[in-house]
Design a protein around this ligand. Structure first.
Ligand SMILES: *Cc1c(COP(=O)(O)O)cnc(C)c1O
Length: 368
């Protein structure tokens, strides 16, 4: 029961028929840290839980199948997943990055630049020629978030993968926003896919988790060693929560996308809204109000929609990138990127659309 199934079926069926002894449908949570060796040199394949854990294996095989890669790795957070992938690089290497990126990723890259002699160049990756211009002889990787965050512009992964091939570099794609339901970067030329599974994949705002998928066996072997060495692996219980969440991802994402499209129309025709940004698919949109005062009044008055810093869950969230997700990006850079005091990011939930528009409408009414 593998590749011949539709993507949607693969999500639902993660872990089913994996447990042979009792026939459990829900993946058992293997809390055991150690595993008995039947005899000298006779391991079951599981020795110590940091190296490999049976619950984690189900999640790792599930995401590898969904992304179309050789192997998956479950990490203790999205940031741990990014750090794991960065560990493939070495001092002196240069990495090209999409300008408009998750603030935490930017912060981690700054740390690696200051302390580990990696260098990063940020460039608008929608413009393929601009990307080609910043390739250096020591360029070893491209790190792309698409759609970008929070301005939600799609990057042409096929075009970037061509540049990555020409320069013998790895193409790493953060697929958190679209998930393998909407986009499979490996099929578009990526070598590595990373996720903050905390967001859409788990989907219920109750678990912090990261995933990495490697396209090739060779990269997977390197990552398996690093994953075990670094030790930022996902706990069995958290693996189970992510597995459970992923089973319903397609129906959640469909409802989120459906709501998002309706909200784009609603917001687009509202006089208090200056601009709506939506990439045409998925459950994320951004919009601008007139000024900071309008934003403040609006945020103080939404009540069904939560003012909070995350995304991808069943509940609708609105984030203020300026003071939340993107607060660590220096002001001049942030403003140059269009992340100013008027911008709000909306993670659309699965609530009834009429309730969402009613909440927006009543809080817009409170502005001046
Ligand atoms: C949240 C997020 C991360 C970081 O993931 P954590 O699970 O919070 O560590 C990385 N990339 C993107 C796009 C994110 O939204």
């Amino acid at each position: 029961m593998t590749t011949q199934h539709d993507q949607e079926t693969k999500f639902v069926q993660i872990g089913n028929e994996k447990e042979q002894i009792a026939g459990a449908i829900s993946t058992p949570i293997y809390m055991s840290t150690a595993y008995r060796h039947h005899a000298l040199g006779e391991s079951t394949g599981y020795d110590y839980t940091r190296t490999k854990n049976p619950t984690r294996t189900v999640l790792e095989e599930g995401i590898a199948q969904l992304e179309g890669g050789a192997c998956g790795f479950a990490c203790s957070s999205g940031m741990a997943a990014i750090q794991l992938v960065l560990s493939l690089l070495k001092a002196g290497d240069h990495i090209i990055v999409t300008t408009d990126i998750y603030g935490g990723t930017y912060r981690l890259f700054e740390h690696f630049e200051q302390h580990y002699q990696l260098s990063f160049t940020y460039v608008d990756c929608k413009v393929t020629e601009a990307v080609r211009d910043v390739i250096q002889s020591n360029t070893k990787a491209f790190f792309i978030e698409t759609p970008t965050n929070p301005l939600l512009e799609e990057v042409d992964l096929k075009a970037i993968s061509q540049l990555a091939k020409e320069s013998n570099s790895l193409l790493i794609v953060d697929n958190t926003f679209y998930t393998p339901y909407l986009q499979q970067p490996i099929s578009l030329g990526a070598d590595l896919v990373i996720h903050s599974a905390t967001k859409y994949l788990a989907g219920h705002n109750d678990v912090l988790a990261g995933l990495v998928v490697a396209k090739t066996k060779q990269l997977s072997e390197q990552l398996a060693v690093l994953h075990n060495n670094i030790g930022a692996t996902l706990s069995p219980f958290d693996c189970w929560l992510v597995i459970r969440g992923m089973k319903t991802l397609p129906i959640r994402m469909r409802q989120q996308q459906d709501n998002a499209i309706k909200l784009v129309h609603y917001l687009g025709s509202h006089p208090k809204v200056k601009e709506v940004i939506y990439p045409g698919r998925g459950g994320m949109l951004s919009f601008r109000l007139e000024n900071r005062e309008a934003v403040e009044t609006f945020l103080n008055n939404i009540s069904l929609i939560t003012f909070a810093e995350s995304l991808g869950g069943v509940e609708s969230f609105i984030t203020y990138p300026l003071t939340q997700t993107h607060a660590d990006i220096p002001e001049s850079e942030r403003i140059a990127r269009g992340i100013d005091e008027t911008l709000l990011r909306f993670s659309v939930g699965i609530e009834t659309i009429a309730d969402l528009t009613r909440d927006l409408s009543q809080s817009f009414k409170k502005i001046n």
